[in-house]
Design a protein around this ligand. Sequence first.
Ligand code: SF4
Length: 485
Amino acid sequence: MILEILGHSYQYELEKLTRLFFPNEKIRVVYKKSDAAETEPLFRTEIRENNAYVFCCLDGKALEQTVSLKDVEDPELQIASMLFRTLTDLTGYQPKWGLLTGIRPSKLLLALQAEMGEENAHTYFLDRFFVSEEKTALTESVAAREESIIRTSRPDSCSLYVSIPFCPTRCSYCSFVSHAMTAATAKKLLPDYVALLTKEIEKTGAYAKSLGLRLESVYFGGGTPTTLSAEQLGTLLSAIDRAFDLSFVREYTVEAGRPDTITREKLDTLKSGGVTRVSINPQTFNDAVLREIGRNHTSALTESAYFEARSAGFGNINMDFIAGLPMDTPDSFAASVDRAILLNPENITVHTLSVKRASNLGTQNAKVERASGLAADRMLGYAYQKLTANAYHPYYMYRQSKTLGNLENTGYAKAGYECIYNIFMMEECHTVFAVGAGAVTKLKSPHGKEIERIFNYKYPYEYISGFEEILARKEKILPFYEKYT
Ligand code: SF4
């Protein structure tokens, strides 16, 4: 498969666009007319003498288009549209997100709405980016809710992320740096990890206090933070309580994603430590699918963990699902969504399976097939209809690479239960201090858009051996604020 880039420099976007249609094919990008065999698929994109020209040949069928670029404001968008339409005609496949390959469609929509008004932005999404009516409506709904949360962030706001990159076992689709506790090395690292993390929390909290920042949200993610013992969790929660001023905290989340890590003792520790929101993630309520993806718990265990969290007093619970898991079907996915609605958590997050190279699925050469993308699309469509009909509204959405059908991840919530950390972090509303292995602190200037990142070492063993360097890097915090206030 050959993509010719002639007389322009839009290779990056056009290659990404071609991949939407042929996710598993090898695409050779060339910068001069190729002399490939006539049987090889060829996509020629050319700008010459102020004309854009696209010629595509696939399976013996050829289509071409030429458009004058006179009076065209954005030649890149023009030639991308021509390639998109030609590939749609040749393959009969129309990706629901059209030309959009970015991770935050709602951010783009908000910018367009500010520039040209809501109605024109709507038309622009449909006609210029070829986004479907369904995804445009989803983006509009998310953008409206996101905006109301973004407005609550203040110049002196900040949030805190705590990284616990440990899990009981590794799920087959996972591409995170997370250590399975089945490995003896992970067990050995944990006590030192918690001790050093406590120190990093103390130091970070001291900076936040000295700057007079107002902590709005706390988020423990990973990994599965509840892999830690109740005592270790208690140690970290107490460290946060001592180091930060928690009087303005509006949301305190701990991901308790794997039901096989949840005990009443841990839930009680979280509750008394100030945690207000937990995430208990079924991913699916189909036990055969759970076994297939390497999660060694049953759906019954997920339900009992959920009821235990309710009985421990948690009034804000999230449940994550993944559309497109191996062996799952639209009917079985629909049954999972229905069961979740009956349980009635405040948040339901619906992801699309992403097959990354770093995951076990990726190393087994699992493919992002178009058929699985179409099945995942039906699953997302069902989730949207059912959840919105049951008072869950979409408030948060992002896209990532290598997802089935190039589809999205969407957070749904009952009114007033939207996860504010998700929005603050995704929309870069204010500084997010991040502690632990793999964590990235994002400093944001209080009144502007400047962002500076501080990276921690990725793996727990590096975090432990390079801890002094991690503390030293945090010394950039005060000079950053001095520069921008
Ligand atoms: S629980 Fe989450 S972080 Fe842990 S292995 Fe599974 S997908 Fe990865």
